[in-house]
Design a protein around this ligand. Sequence first.
Ligand SMILES: [Zn+2]
Length: 491
Amino acid sequence: MGEGRKKIARTVWGTLPVINKIYNRVPYSIKNILASTYGRRLYRRRYANKYYLDAIDKIIERETWDLEQLSKYQDACLSSLLSVAFRHVPFYRNLLKGGKIGPEEIKGRKDLTVVLPVLDKSFVRQAPEDFIDERLDPRKLNRVYTSGTTGTPLCIYRDERADGLAYAFYEARWRLPYGISKDSRWAMLGGKLIIPQTQRKPPFWVWNAGLNQLYMSSYHLAPEFVESYLEEIKRRRLEYIHGYASSLYTLALFAEKLGIDDIKFKVAISNAEPLYPYQRKKISSSFNCRVVDTYGCTEWCFQGSECSGNRLHLSPDVGFFEVLDASNNPVPEGEIGELVCTGFVNYAQPLIRYKTGDSVRVSYKKCGCGSSFPVLESVEGRCDDLIILEDGRRVGRLDPVFKQEMPIIEAQIIQNDINVFVIKVVPDNAWKSNDEKALRQSFCEFVGNVNVQIEVVKSIPRTKSGKFKAVISFMGGNDKNLSSEKANEGV
Ligand SMILES: [Zn+2]
């Protein structure tokens, strides 16, 4: 990709903070209008999308397929993905130019794992544009930011096809099985900073009429405000709720404490954090509903959804995945390894043998529910601690702190005391002293006015079992303490 194209991609990226600044300054009623206008645009892009409409029934049908049908399907997907990647995506074409690889050498999944190297996230982070199909204009693509499990900021570009397919998978695997749909009224407890962090009184939410969605800030969910959240949820007559397990759990715990027992959802959908059994139980009893876990990523190279037996199944039609050890060799079935994926959804920016950073354990034995999809027994890499703030808030994933264009390879947030934080940063070459200031500011926007020291380091140590922890708290907010009901009495 030429320099001009790179510049365009980066300029568009740089305009986002300006839009946020304007949004933050307008009155609340205007915020609702802006959110709804934006929501209507999203609705059209996601659902009035020919790829979406065409995919739904097929996705549902594939759930009944046997292993042989699924294997054939994966080989076909792989062949068409590789033909795009080798012809039109600079990174992969350059691999071919390197000489030793010919596209004709890869006929199926087996050849793929022998011929192509695994792809580290840092390649995509350094030059996301090199992974874009050069026939597409990056300015017209949907840009989504993620820092994933390892705190590595990434920009993912998706085209109309990828968006349509992604939302068809959401609809078919995360909503329709539970009697809800894209048109249901719902609450999202999410990581977007829709209300300034400094605001100390409700509302901490906006109504997005475009998506029938009550978007609630998970950053303001302090004990003193939980009742207002619950009242708003009641008032809106919602069919389901979707959010981080820790936020859903906080709501459920307070609903019980406050004696609010008339909120009933069809389902509560947990995402982005591990869902522990004690959380599932409490959320289910407080909101009179089934609780389901999900597994997904912004890169759209894997997706997991729960079956009737409460087990997470990986969708083989979303991507081909491998579970590899530190030397990139497959681990024996049932052992922990890194999830490495080749995504079939996003042809605009193909990711082939992409290291996700998640440590998982996968079983290929047929599940009692009858599905041939493999079972994700556990995700080890996302067991981040929660931080506890002075006002009692427990905050889990802090990804959005890093989601802007920060020259960071990896980062870890450490809480040493109630108001004392250290952020360890492994910077890349573009790191300048004012990036430190920007990172400190971004962090305080999310958690409030705390003491935060930025520590530039060469590497971030993993835990004994090889896990990367994006957040470490020495305040006792981790799972071991949370799993005890008694430890929560002071919440
Ligand atoms: Zn199952």
